[in-house]
Design a binder for this molecule. Sequence first.
Ligand code: SF4
Length: 413
Amino acid sequence: MSKFQKTRAGINLSKMMKANYMQQAEDVKQGKFAVWVGIIVPIEILRGFDIVIGVPENYSAMSSAKGLSREQCEKAEAMGYSMDLCSYARIDIGNNLGPEPDTAIPPLPKPDLLISNNSNCTLLLKWFDVYRHEYNIPHYILDIPFGYEAQKKQDTQYICDQFHDMIATLESMTGQKFNISKVEEAMDNSYEALKHWKRFLRAGESKPAGITAFDSFVQMAPYINMRGTKDLVDHFKILADETEERQRSGIFPMPDESFRLLWDNIAPWHQLRKMSARLAGLKANIVCGTYTNCLGNSEGSADIYPYNGSSPIEFLARIQNFPICAYGLDLRYKVLKELIERYQIDGVVFASNRSCKVYSIMQMDQERKLRDELGIPCVSIDVDHADVRKYNDANAFVRIEALLENIEASRKN
Ligand code: SF4
């Protein structure tokens, strides 16, 4: 983390995210229509309108990374929201509807419309419904079929039909005419950005790795809320170019790397700095994460789904199952196995996430399959991606150190 803050990409990231937020706040002040969307909603389609797009999940992750999650969660809990609910929801609800909004990260500008989907989980729908009631605005829900196998043609069509209906809804609410050329341009930008993103991630394949997964956790933020923009293309190009330059110059985040690990689940936002420093002390590098690898992929694949430039709406429907949570055990295992081989992984850390049950639910089955079929050491640790109160550093590291001992023992056999 600290290394990245001094890089061109680190400096550019902060500048770009801040400028984007300020611009959005100004645009809403000037009367622009604002939409809040779930993380998987294809915002490239929304670029066909002149509107402001806010992503509450991104906001909650940033709040947690800045150490604000405890008080924001507590505000929601004081209002009666259970501690068992996803911490992203509690942070966001606490800050938007609690007694005093945070000044360090002010809440997103208020929306006119909510758009969510059930690709990842159904909790998101209930979370957005809180705002539907509170702000008395519509909530548009996209229904995405779960992926037990490759997405069927009729499912792609079913999703496309919903996208067209969403466009019609936006036309009638904003009074604007949908501009498909803007969507084509946005999709070209997203695809270009994704290619640079994958080039950046590939730096993790070398020994020692050119990045840590913590670098990728930090740098993925603008993909969530700035997809489709030229700024994102430029940023990911800077990131990939700079990472490759550093590798060529022999600069590695962990030159004495002894253990190459894979992280399965959402990043522990409140622990990025502490956990990466502690792992460095153990010469253990998390070189790859399922969470950051899945961007732009289709279900069960470790690579970007190819886009030929001809039909952005259909392409975006086809990749609606890209997050790990949106598909079943066999496909999840296929991706894990591919990443383990590609990144020459010595051991897997399954982060069992108290908030994101959908990401965590199949981990024990995956762990068993990996042990049986690949004989690779694995460990499960308890985390919560955003609520610091549900993480215990000592417990996590006792297990991680045991994993490293297992890896060492397996090397001797
Ligand atoms: S439970 Fe998981 S998928 Fe659902 S909103 Fe929370 S982090 Fe996202």
